[in-house]
Design a protein around this ligand. Structure first.
Ligand SMILES: NC(=O)c1ccc[n+]([C@@H]2O[C@H](COP(=O)([O-])OP(=O)(O)OC[C@H]3O[C@@H](n4cnc5c(N)ncnc54)[C@H](O)[C@@H]3O)[C@@H](O)[C@H]2O)c1
Length: 312
C-alpha cells in the first residue's frame, strides 16, 4: 500500500514510518521539521519505497500534490506542546484544526478513503471516571485538547459524507527512543544545569499513565488490522499509572542522582490546562488481543538512556 505520513519525522511518526517500511509499503513523509528531525528518518533516504516532502501542511497546493496515488493517510503532524496554548491561543487552532481540515479536503479531492489520526487523552480533560472509557464525553481543559476533539469531529463528518474509514487513536504520553518533549526531557535538562537540586512543578501527587512508543505502534497496527468499522476510536494507554513523584524518582535512579534535593513548587505551580489524573481504559484495545509489553518504569528508563546517550 502507499502511505502518506504527516509528521513522519517526529517522535511517534518516525516509528510509524519504520514499521511501514519494514512491512515493505511505500511511504511518503510530509514534514516541515518544526519539531521533527532528519536524523530520525535519514536511514530511509536511499530506499526506493521512501519519499520525503519537506513542506508545511498549510501549503494546500503541495499537500494536494502529495496525496497523488496515496491509499492511506497517517495524520500525526500537530502542534504537540499542550502547555503553550494559554500563551498562544491561535497555534492549536491553526496547526491542529486548520491543518486537519486541509488534509481532509485533500483526501476528498484525491479520493483517498482511509485515515489514521493521533488524538489524545487531553480530549477528556479532568475526567471523573478512571480508567476513562472511549465513550466519556469531551471536556478538554486546554486548547490542544479542544482542537484535537474538534479534529475528531471533522473526521467523523468527512467519514460520514464521503465514506472514509477512519482510525482515531487517543494516546496517553508516549515514551521511548526519539522522545523530544515532556517531563523526562524537562527534568534531564534541569539536571544538566544543576545536579544538586531541582525545582519541580506540582507537589508530585498528580498521576499519569504513559506507554512505550513501541507498544503504542503495535497497538495502532493491531487496531488497523482487526477493527473494521467505519469509524474506529481507541484509547491507547497502559493499565499502570505513576505519580509525578514516582516518575521523577525513576529518572533520578536511572542517572544515579538519587540524592538530588527535590524542591516541589506546589499545586499552584501546575500549568493551567494540565490534567492531574490520566488513566485511560484500554479494555476495548485488549479485546483485540493487544497488551503492553513494557512497564512504565522500563519505558522511562529506556527514554532516559536514549536522551543521555543522544544529547540534543
Ligand atoms: N508524544 C505524546 O506523548 C503524544 C500524546 C498524545 C498525542 N500525541 C499526538 O501524536 C502526534 C505525534 O506527536 P509527537 O510526540 O511525535 O510530536 P512531534 O512534535 O515529535 O511530531 C510532530 C511532527 O509534525 C511536524 N509538523 C508539525 N506541524 C507541521 C506542519 N504545519 N507541517 C508539516 N509538518 C508539521 C513536526 O515537524 C514533527 O515532525 C501529534 O499529533 C500529537 O498531538 C502525542
Amino acid at each position: 500500500m502507499r502511505y502518506l505520513v504527516t509528521g513522519g519525522a517526529g517522535f511517534i511518526g518516525s516509528h510509524v514510518v519504520d514499521k511501514l517500511l519494514k512491512d515493505s509499503h511505500m511511504v511518503r513523509v510530509y514534514d516541515n521539521f518544526s519539531t521533527g528531525r532528519k536524523i530520525f528518518i535519514q536511514d530511509h533516504f536511499k530506499k526506493k519505497n521512501f519519499e520525503l516532502i519537506d513542506a508545511d501542511l498549510s501549503n494546500k497546493k503541495i499537500l494536494m500534490a502529495s496525496m497523488e496515488d496515496i491509499d492511506f493517510v497517517f495524520h500525526l503532524a500537530a502542534h504537540a506542546d499542550v502547555r503553550s496554548g494559554i500563551n498562544n491561543r491561535f497555534i492549536d487552532h491553526e496547526e491542529n484544526l486548520e491543518i486537519t481540515h486541509n488534509i481532509l479536503e485533500a483526501m476528498c479531492k484525491n479520493k483517498i478513503k482511509q485515515i489514521a489520526f493521533s488524538s489524545t487523552s487531553s480530549v477528556y480533560g479532568d475526567a471523573t471516571i478512571h480508567p476513562t472509557p472511549e465513550d466519556y464525553p469531551f471536556h478538554p481543559t486546554s486548547l490542544y485538547g479542544a482542537t484535537k476533539a474538534a479534529c475528531e469531529s471533522y473526521i467523523h463528518a468527512y467519514s460520514s459524507y464521503y465514506d472514509f474509514q477512519s482510525y482515531i487513536f487517543r494516546f496517553v504520553s508516549f515514551l521511548g527512543p526519539r522522545y523530544t518533549h515532556g517531563i523526562i526531557f524537562d527534568v534531564l535538562k534541569k539536571l544538566q544545569q544543576n545536579s544538586k537540586s531541582i525545582k519541580l512543578l506540582s507537589d508530585g501527587s498528580p498521576k499519569k499513565s504513559s506507554l512505550s512508543v513501541f507498544d503504542g505502534i503495535e497497538a495502532m497496527f493491531k487496531i488497523i488490522e482487526k477493527s473494521k468499522d467505519q469509524i474506529n476510536i481507541y484509547n491507547i494507554g497502559h493499565t499502570e499509572i505513576l505519580t509525578v513523584s514516582e516518575i521523577v524518582n525513576t529518572i533520578l535512579q536511572t542517572v544515579n542522582l538519587n540524592r538530588v534535593k527535590k524542591i516541589w513548587l506546589g499545586k499552584e505551580s501546575n500549568w493551567k490546562g494540565d490534567n492531574e489524573f490520566v488513566l485511560l481504559s484500554i479494555n476495548k484495545l485488549k479485546r483485540l488481543g493487544w497488551k503492553p509489553k513494557k512497564s512504565i518504569k522500563e519505558a522511562i528508563t529506556e527514554t532516559v538512556l536514549y536522551l543521555t546517550t543522544n544529547p540534543k
